[in-house]
Design a protein around this ligand. Structure first.
Ligand SMILES: CCCCCCCC/C=C\CCCCCCCC(=O)NCC(=O)O
Ligand SMILES: [Zn+2]
Ligand SMILES: [Zn+2]
Length: 522
């Protein structure tokens, strides 16, 4: 073959390859554009025919409205702080125990409600349904809070429940006394109005969630297990309504947590020989450990975006994004690597993409002129749903890559099982319906809770566990979680009471409507 004909063949091959690539890009773009115009996974049960059921209207008087807020503020003023699993404010926990019957007299006096004190400070309520054939469900919340001190920059003292500009300020207003008080307030009103549930309802209020729920939630779970209770679903705190928080989403969305991340706390330590600071070795325990910690910070655990349920969040929200984001979000099959990279850019969204690594404590040194014989650091990791605790431990061992650094697992657990969110999923659809009954303007989507909740202790007791309160967050509000100026608007708290008032009634629907078929996929 001559050089000229080889060049000709090569040129022909390049032309065919180029044209094929161009054709492929055109086809991908056409498919992507059609999907952008048609995909809406949120249709479906909204269009279906729900079982006819009489609903007791919420209707409360101005006096009751005032009382509901007063009850909530009184709860915030009791400083039920958990400092560590051995250091809880027991005086406040006792005060809270005595306080509940004073504000919910009907709940505590009702012959319908069985009340039990669990592990001294946690509370379990059983409201038997009139139809024992319906599988029970459970609402849970916690009454302990993380520490707060006014000196950190609070605009009002953290245990004052001061109302300013329509907001009630205080530790526990969004985590988690709002849902605890709203659940009981809703039950109080329903009982006052003579409502008797069809489906058995359990309410569990833990006293040590902020330090892992080992006494409160776990004791409640053991009690129910010993009675052979099997739940349809559990609803706990977790995700919420976010409005203007995600770039490109102009409408509010309600994210219902279908799972949560796993967690590991790892202690790193380095031991060297002590000595006089005038004759130092080339490396100290502090230096070795600091280098290890720096390596962990500079080498984040690889992104797992698209391998866990976070993909479902965007599939449900895609059609609500403004262009051009809508185009990318509707076509995650093509653009998920790109979206993943963008999400890594901000701490709030990075938490959804990967197992996060936070160095939270570092201790070393004895005296200014003594070579430190020992240095230790604690690393708190929140594990992505598609990874396991064991995998994460191996990854960080590799990243540190220094045998002088000892790794010890202080505690940890795998990400709990992800709950169902399809059209046959009773809990998810009832929560979704109640959200839409209460806030018709929101879009509902499943999501992963980046923090941990008591609900993970319930996974063997319940078919599904969900994490959601209808707390309304605007841009910047997420920082108030465990942060300064935690607050909720008085209106939002009233909405919460009404939400649980509706939810308890919606749970009495016997069965879901037939699926309508929501996925208009191509
Ligand atoms: C795709 C980006 C979306 C960002 C939207 C995030 C919406 C998040 C709403 C609430 C998140 C906060 C969850 C916190 C639950 C806290 C429970 C807790 O404190 N547990 C203790 C612990 O985890 O240590
Ligand atoms: Zn909480
Ligand atoms: Zn918390």
């Amino acid at each position: 073959m001559t050089g000229r004909s080889t060049r000709f063949q090569l040129w022909r091959f390049l032309k065919v390859a180029l044209l094929s690539a161009l054709l492929l890009v055109c086809v991908l773009l056409v498919v992507a554009t059609i999907r952008t115009l048609t995909l809406d996974v949120n249709e479906g049960l909204g269009l279906a025919r729900w079982e006819e059921k009489e609903i007791v209207p919420f209707g409360i008087s101005p006096l009751q409205r005032q009382q509901l807020l007063d009850n909530f503020k009184a709860a915030i003023r009791i400083p039920t702080v958990s400092f560590s699993d051995t250091e809880l404010n027991y005086t406040a926990l006792r005060e809270f125990r005595d306080f509940l019957p004073t504000v919910f007299p009907t709940v505590f006096a009702s012959s319908l409600v069985k009340y039990e004190l669990v592990a001294n400070y946690s509370h379990l309520f059983t409201v038997p349904g009139s139809d024992p054939g319906l599988q029970p469900y459970m609402l849970i919340a916690h009454l302990d809070v993380v520490p707060a001190s006014e000196g950190d920059g609070w605009e009002a003292p953290p245990f004052s429940a001061q109302e300013m500009g329509g907001f009630i300020y205080g530790r526990g207003t969004i985590d988690d006394k709002h849902s605890l008080m709203a659940i009981l307030q809703a039950l109080e009103y329903l009982l006052q109005k003579g409502y008797r549930p069809r489906r058995t309802l359990y309410i569990g209020l833990g006293h040590d969630e902020e330090v892992n729920g080992l006494q409160g939630a776990m004791s409640i779970v053991r009690k129910l297990q010993s009675r052979g209770v099997k739940l349809s679903f559990v609803l706990d705190e977790g995700l919420s309504v976010i409005d203007g928080v995600i770039d490109g989403l102009t409408e509010p969305v309600a994210l219902i947590g279908i799972g949560e991340k796993g967690q590991a706390t790892v202690k790193l330590s380095v031991t060297t020989s002590p000595g006089h600071s005038s004759m130092p070795l080339r490396e100290s325990s502090i230096g070795i450990l600091a280098a290890a910690v720096t390596r962990l910070e500079q080498n984040p655990i690889p992104s797992m975006f698209g391998l866990g349920p976070e993909l479902a969040t965007f599939e449900h929200l895609a059609h609500k994004f403004t262009l051009p984001l809508k185009f990318f979000m509707t076509n995650l099959w093509l653009f998920s690597p790109l979206i993943g990279r963008v999400m890594e850019g901000k701490p709030d969204s990075n938490a959804f993409v990967r197992t996060t690594t936070a160095v939270t404590m570092f201790n070393s040194g004895i005296k200014i002129n003594v070579i430190p014989p020992y240095a230790e650091a604690f690393v708190n990791l929140r594990i992505h749903s598609a990874q396991t605790l064991q995998e994460v431990l191996e990854i960080i061992r590799d990243i540190i890559g220094d045998e002088r650094v000892k790794l010890e697992l202080v505690n940890g657990f795998d990400p709990p099982r992800v709950s169902s969110y399809d059209e046959k999923s009773f809990g998810f659809q009832i929560i979704k319906k109640t959200v839409l009954d209460s806030f018709p303007q929101v879009t509902v989507a499943p999501g992963i809770c980046v923090g941990n909740t008591d609900s993970r202790h319930y996974v063997d007791l319940a078919k599904d566990t969900y994490r959601f309160t209808p707390t309304w967050f605007k841009k910047g509000d997420l920082r108030r979680f465990h942060g300064v100026n935690e607050r909720i608007s008085a209106k939002n708290y009233e909405d919460l009471v009404e939400f649980y008032f509706r939810l308890i009634q919606n749970c009495d629907i016997r069965k879901l409507p037939e699926p309508h078929g929501s996925l208009h996929d191509l």
